[in-house]
Design a protein around this ligand. Structure first.
Ligand code: HEC
Length: 239
C-alpha cells in the first residue's frame, strides 16, 4: 500500500515541479518571483528554487542557450535533466510567451531585459607608430596575396596559409617574421635588398617576386607587433 501510494506521487512530483537555480543578481532583481508564478499558473508545474546550481535541473547563468540580456550580462539556460517539469520550464522560457513575459518585467516602469544581445569580440585598440602604419601598408601590398594581414579590410589569403593574427599568436612570432624570407616558400620569390642575393637573370623566380627593403621588414615587424593575436580557441570571430 505504502509503495503504491509513493510511486505515483514521485512520478507526479517529477512532472509537476522543476528544481531551478538562478544567480543572486536575477533573484534580487525580482525577475524570478515575477515569471515563476506566471509559468506555474499556465502549466501547473511548480518552480522550486535552490541555492546550489549543482542540485538544479535547470540553471540560468553563463552557459547554454542564450535567453535574454540585462543587468550587464547575457543570460543562458542550461537544462540538465530530462524531467518533464524541467523540460516544460525550458520550453516556456524559450517560447514567445516566456520571452515576452521576461521582457515585460519592468518593476520601475522600464523593462530590464531584452532579447539576447550578440556579445562582440573585444578588439584591442592599438596605437600604431608611424612605422607600424607603413608596415600595415607593406603587408597589404606584398603579403596579402597569400596571407590575411588585416581585420576588416577583406583580403584574400590562401586557405591553408596562416593569417598574420594566427602567426602573431606564436610565441616565436618575432623570429619567424624576422627570418621568413629564408623559409619556404618565400625564399623562392622574396629578395631583400642588401640581404639576399638577387635572383639570377637566367633563373628568375617562378612567381611574382616580392622585393623588400630592410626598412619594409622593420615596418612589417612593427605592424605585426601591434596586432592583437588571434584567439586560437576562437578563430572564426577573428578572421
Ligand atoms: C606566394 C604566397 C606567399 C606570400 C606572397 C607570402 N607568404 Fe608568408 N607564407 C606562405 C605560406 C604558404 C606559409 C606557410 C609555410 C609553412 O607552413 O611551412 C607562409 C608562412 C609565413 C610565415 C611563418 C613562417 C614560419 O616560421 O612558419 C611568416 C612569418 C610569413 N609567411 C611572413 C610573410 C610576410 C611578411 C610576407 C610579405 C612580405 C609573406 N609571408 C608573403 C606564403 C606566402
Amino acid at each position: 500500500m505504502v509503495i503504491l501510494a509513493v510511486l505515483p506521487g514521485l512520478a507526479m512530483a517529477d512532472d509537476k515541479r522543476v528544481v531551478f537555480y538562478a544567480p543572486p543578481a536575477l533573484v534580487e532583481s525580482g525577475l524570478i518571483k515575477y515569471i515563476a508564478p506566471r509559468f506555474s499558473l499556465k502549466t501547473q508545474v511548480r518552480v522550486e528554487s535552490v541555492d546550489d546550481p549543482g542540485a538544479a535541473e535547470l540553471v540560468l547563468g553563463p552557459e547554454g542557450r542564450a535567453l535574454f540580456s540585462g543587468l550587464g550580462a547575457r543570460w543562458h539556460m542550461d537544462l540538465r535533466s530530462d524531467g518533464k517539469g524541467a523540460q516544460r520550464f525550458a520550453d516556456w522560457l524559450t517560447s514567445d510567451v516566456g520571452r515576452r513575459t521576461v521582457q515585460s518585467f519592468a518593476p520601475d516602469g522600464d523593462p530590464i531585459f531584452t532579447e539576447p544581445k550578440v556579445q562582440k569580440a573585444v578588439v584591442a585598440e592599438v596605437e600604431m607608430t608611424g612605422d607600424a602604419v607603413l608596415g600595415q601598408e607593406a603587408s597589404w601590398v606584398k603579403c596579402v596575396r597569400c596571407h590575411v594581414t588585416e581585420r576588416g579590410r577583406g583580403g584574400f589569403g590562401i586557405g591553408s596559409t596562416p593569417s598574420f593574427f594566427v602567426m602573431r599568436g606564436f610565441e616565436d612570432w618575432q623570429a619567424r617574421f624576422a627570418g621568413f624570407y629564408f623559409l619556404k616558400p618565400h625564399a623562392a620569390f622574396t629578395q631583400v635588398e642588401g640581404v639576399t642575393d638577387p635572383f639570377p637573370i637566367d633563373r628568375p623566380s617562378p612567381i611574382a617576386v616580392i622585393d623588400l627593403t630592410l626598412d619594409d621588414l622593420e615596418a612589417i615587424l612593427a605592424y605585426v607587433a601591434a596586432l592583437a593575436p588571434a584567439d586560437l580557441g576562437d578563430p572564426l570571430i577573428h578572421q
